[in-house]
Write a protein that binds this ligand. Structure first.
Ligand SMILES: *Cc1c(COP(=O)(O)O)cnc(C)c1O
Ligand SMILES: [Zn+2]
Length: 361
């Protein structure tokens, strides 16, 4: 139903203007309607707003934008395989999360929201803070105490207020939820508007490929915002007849935190080690949308792959040797090429999600 959010768990509908961020049953919410993409509508300049006909914004003409988007799709060879890389680390703040922040922040403005809570010590914090700053939205960012990095400094530089919460990541999420009782919880881990923003990456990619479906997409997965955005876009394209099959969605996780594989094997995911881990951006023990992620992987014939740190380091070096300076989280997706060789000559695409300048490795 247009103008509504829908709870996939219990079916409750919420008018979008009420700005609910979760269902009263505790589940995340999705849009209660779908979009029908038509290539003739993709005629504007090459930026995120080119796809405004499939974005949940009422007034795209009033949206704040850096005129960003259309990151290069570049053919290279990594770890012995020819691959295309989607260079999303070149977005404004240095990660793909700008795509989600673009839609979510503009939606907040449409809903009259003046301040929001987010829970991240990484790229999501930077992206949300960067898009909030020029439009005068207050960003309240919750993160685990003890984490200080280029990413937290970046979020702070944009003017976000940082709250350092002692304890685990789960403790931090709880503190954020508490604070959100008097604010809006703009959580990239579950917010549907964020996913419709990350969706722009697959629209760009398919236009860049002349609508030819690649054989596989390699995507580093934490809470799945990128994978699920891609999945939303692919379903829209297939329903509209723009593509007739799906690329395999390969969900890549690190050996230190692999809830997708654990779930499939009926195991609880162990707590993270105390020391910082290499692929920090995908270390999310309990992704709220885990079942949706697994469904996307299964329906596209994809796989969940777990990569060890030594392969991530090797992938990081291999990428840099081709002029691609990315962060370790991003290199996890490259590392998966060692485990999975595309079965035929059709190309694989690796999404390079974050910039190397953000990490100390
Ligand atoms: C957040 C992040 C990911 C994982 O994205 P999810 O939406 O959490 O699945 C991958 N790479 C980088 C660089 C990130 O910042
Ligand atoms: Zn519900």
């Amino acid at each position: 139903m247009k103008g509504h959010l829908l709870c996939p768990a219990c079916g409750t509908l919420y008018p979008q203007k009420e700005a609910a961020w979760q269902c009263s049953c505790g589940s995340y919410l999705d849009l209660a309607y779908t979009f029908t993409p038509r290539p003739e509508d993709f005629s504007g300049p090459q930026g995120f707003l080119r796809y405004c006909s499939v974005l949940p914004l009422e007034h795209p003409d009033k949206a704040f934008t850096f005129n960003e988007g259309f990151t290069p799709l570049h053919l290279t060879e990594l770890l012995g395989q020819k691959v295309l890389v989607k260079m999303d680390f070149l977005l404004t703040t240095g990660s793909f999360k700008d795509r989600g922040a673009f839609v979510l922040i503009n939606k907040c403005r449409e809903l009259g929201i003046r301040h929001f809570v987010e829970d991240s010590s990484g790229n999501a914090a930077s992206s949300m803070a960067a898009y909030a700053a020029p439009v005068g939205l207050e960003a309240h960012i919750y993160m685990q105490a003890g984490i200080s990095s280029a990413k937290t400094m970046q979020a702070s530089a944009y003017g976000a207020r940082l709250y350092k919460i002692p304890g685990s990541r789960e403790d931090c999420a709880r503190a954020a939820e508490e604070a959100a009782k008097s604010s809006y919880y703009a959580a990239h881990t579950r917010n549907p508007y964020f996913l419709h923003g990350t969706k722009t990456v697959i629209y760009e990619m398919m236009e860049q490929l002349g609508w030819e479906v690649p054989s596989a997409l390699f995507i580093p997965v934490g809470c799945g915002s990128q994978l699920l955005g891609i999945w939303l876009g692919l379903q829209e394209m297939k329903r509209a007849g723009l593509i007739d099959r799906y690329p395999r969605l390969m969900a890549i996780q690190s050996e230190h935190c692999s809830p997708l594989k654990d779930h499939l094997e009926g195991r609880d995911t162990p707590h993270l080690p105390k020391d910082p881990i290499l692929a920090e951006g995908i270390a999310i023990r309990r992704p709220p949308r885990l079942k949706q992620i697994l469904q996307a992987v299964q329906e596209t014939g994809g796989r969940t792959l777990v990569v060890p740190d030594n392969h991530i380091m090797e992938a990081l070096k291999a990428a840099a040797a081709k002029g691609l300076y990315i962060e370790p989280t991003s290199a996890a997706a490259v590392a998966a090429l060692k485990q999975y060789k595309a079965p035929n000559v059709r190309l694989s695409v690796v999404v390079l999600t974050g910039h190397g300048l953000k990490s100390k490795v």
